[in-house]
Design a protein around this ligand. Structure first.
Ligand code: C2E
Ligand code: MG
Ligand code: MG
Ligand code: MG
Length: 279
């Protein structure tokens, strides 16, 4: 439906477009350099069982130091990494780093905790993806069921067959699969049944709608759907006690959110675990 833009209009907008493009290319170059220099970090956010609040695992989340003591948000740089294709190599590093941390956790006695990593579409388009992921866990001596792969609805809708085939293979090999940010994309119900899913993550926008005395019927409907599909349901973005109690009442199994723990560097996670019960 895109209309052809008349040349005159295009020329009018050109300086701004050029500026954006230059900026993007600059950021991509910086990202590539920092990634090669091993400056990216993988932080971990705890996931808990809702009724016991025992830690059951964590999600690995990328952090890019800005050189001034702060961090550039993954919401900003992951799209650049996807656009440039860098996410393929960064994604392998994320899996490698997760395996290394899982080994360290096992040595500390936390042998049941799992790590979930986010996977985006360019990674699935890499024909070596499935084999490489299998090799990385084998090399690390990690049980594949401790590594969970998170995909969003848009990943499925972009390349349904490639994604279904890859995930089916990985699932047979023992990996677990989660559908992330559920409810924010447009997934077809038929794909939902074709995917070898273990876990459904209720997007935090629906959790945020929970107010005392009000019904949050989308959250409720999503939990019901997940449960009927035989999946473990996990609520994202739990910040308040009442949101946790509400999700328990809906029958939601697990949670991830600031109430239980923010994303943190690995050393901090180890301290966090030492102070808490784990499953
Ligand atoms: P996501 O996979 O949905 O990750 C959850 C995001 O929600 C994280 O943001 C986390 O910090 C945030 N969050 C968790 N609990 C709460 C809460 O209680 N309140 C609020 N306000 N936020 C909460 P983060 O770390 O900024 O990551 C943003 C997104 O970047 C991720 O969303 C994911 O889509 C992407 N991303 C991060 N790491 C990777 C990666 O290694 N690979 C890929 N492909 N994408 C990644
Ligand atoms: Mg995620
Ligand atoms: Mg999410
Ligand atoms: Mg989200």
């Amino acid at each position: 439906r895109a209309k052809k833009i008349p040349t005159t209009n295009f020329e009018f907008f050109a300086p701004e477009i050029e500026e954006q493009t230059t900026w993007r290319l600059h950021m991509i170059r910086r990202l590539r350099n920092d990634f090669m220099a091993r400056k990216l970090e993988l932080w971990f956010q705890p996931q808990v069982d809702l009724s016991s609040e025992n830690v059951i695992g964590m999600e690995g989340l990328l952090r890019w130091p800005d050189g001034n003591g702060g961090y550039i948000s993954p919401a900003e740089f992951v799209p650049l990494a996807e656009y440039s294709g860098l996410i393929v190599d960064i994604g392998y590093w994320v899996v490698e780093e997760s395996c290394r941390r899982l080994q360290e956790l096992a040595k500390l006695g936390y042998s049941k905790l799992r790590v979930a990593v986010n996977v985006s579409i360019p990674q699935f388009r890499d024909p070596q993806f499935v084999d490489s992921i299998k090799q990385l866990v084998t090399k690390a001596g990690i049980s594949p069921n401790l590594l969970e792969l998170e995909i969003t609805e848009s990943v499925v809708m972009d390349e349904p067959q490639i994604v279904i085939d890859a995930l089916t293979d990985l699932k047979q090999h023992g990996f677990t699969i989660a559908i992330d940010d559920f409810g924010t994309g447009f997934s077809s119900m038929s794909y939902l049944q074709k995917l070898p899913l273990d876990r459904l993550k209720v997007d935090r926008s629906f959790v945020a709608e929970i107010r005392p005395g009000e019904t949050a019927f989308i959250a409720e409907t999503i939990v019901t759907l997940g449960t009927k599909l035989g999946l473990t349901t996990i609520a994202e973005g739990i910040e308040k006690r009442e949101q946790a109690s509400f999700m328990i009442k809906l029958g939601c199994d697990e949670a991830q959110g600031y109430l239980f723990g923010k994303p943190m560097p690995f050393t901090q996670l180890v301290e966090f675990l030492a102070e808490r019960e784990t499953a």
